[in-house]
Write a protein that binds this ligand. Structure first.
Ligand SMILES: Nc1ncnc2c1ncn2[C@@H]1O[C@H](COP(=O)(O)OP(=O)(O)OP(=O)(O)O)[C@@H](O)[C@H]1O
Ligand SMILES: [Mg+2]
Length: 268
């Protein structure tokens, strides 16, 4: 199936076209500090794009520009050729972001965390809401957690609840900020598989910000690497397995320099 062909949404059974993102010459400064420096890249409809980079390199800021929470200092971000910061774009394109810290409401049960958006937007009646919420929980293997509160959940479950909550919004564009941080390798692999299956089954255009090299190599169609606000790599996972640029190689496969005084005790 071509990437941009309509796809059937599991929640509404409506035909939903996949959306594309274009970032053109995007720069962002906070005061005197240049945080994003002339970034140009596109995310194709139905693609999984993984954005990597060291802490503080500007990944979350870039994600916030895509959902229109941040306005560029220069350049522009468009979603299906509409300005990402325009109110009308959010009316026309359903996008959901899974934030770095999950951002669940602690006073609400898992069920009510998921139902909140549907109730606020009067998407359907309570029976319809129940169906959508339970379907999302089932996709994330969380049926048993519906009546639990966030404080009763493990880190991995919270991450999955945050994904399920994004899913009930029936997004065409799904953005994840560090979905596998703080998780063990097995749970990280499970989350990676879930992200890939959502894209494969429903053709959700997906942007994942992550430090997780395995996630990038396993599920990305293309990868971008940010360093100090500049895009130093844009290519496929295969190209990343044998990086030519030493900066990229050092970031992905850091070598411990045993002559470095930090590692002195390892020498003996
Ligand atoms: N609202 C803001 N005001 C001022 N500076 C900001 C703001 N948001 C982000 N920054 C700065 O921009 C830089 C990039 O931040 P960002 O959160 O995008 O990093 P990141 O790549 O997501 O890092 P991490 O991997 O630790 O999450 C940081 O130096 C941060 O302090
Ligand atoms: Mg971040």
């Amino acid at each position: 199936m071509p990437a941009c062909s309509p796809t059937r949404n599991p929640f509404t059974a409506q035909e939903t076209p996949a959306v594309g993102v274009a970032i053109e010459g995007l720069s962002k400064s906070f005061g005197p500090r240049l945080v994003l420096d002339n970034i140009t890249l596109s995310v194709e409809p139905g693609e999984i794009f993984v954005l990597m980079g060291p802490s503080g390199s500007g990944k979350s800021v870039l994600l916030r520009h895509i959902v229109g929470l941040e306005a560029p200092s220069a350049g522009r971000v468009t979603i299906n050729r509409q300005d990402a910061t325009a109110e009308t774009t959010r009316e026309h394109v359903r996008m959901a972001i899974v934030f770095q810290a999950g951002a669940l409401f602690n006073s609400l049960s898992v069920y009510d965390n998921l139902a909140l958006y549907l109730r606020e937007h009067r998407v359907t009646n309570e029976a319809g809401i129940r169906e959508k919420v339970m379907r999302a929980l089932q996709i994330l293997s969380l049926e048993g957690a519906a009546e639990k509160f966030p404080s009763e959940l493990s880190g991995g479950m919270k991450k999955r609840v945050a994904i399920a909550r994004a899913l009930v919004m029936e997004p065409q564009l799904m953005l994840y900020d560090e979905p596998t941080s703080e998780l063990d390798p097995v749970m990280s692999a499970t989350i990676s598989e879930i992200i890939a299956s959502l894209k494969n089954e429903y053709h959700v255009t997906t942007v994942v910000v992550s430090h997780d090299r395995d996630l990038a190599l396993n599920i990305a169609e293309r990868v971008g690497i940010l360093m100090d606000g500049r895009l130093i790599f844009l290519g496929t996972p295969d190209q990343l397995r044998q990086p030519e640029d030493p900066q990229v190689a050092n970031f992905l496969y850091p070598k411990i320099d045993l002559k470095n005084p930090r590692y002195k005790q390892l020498e003996t």
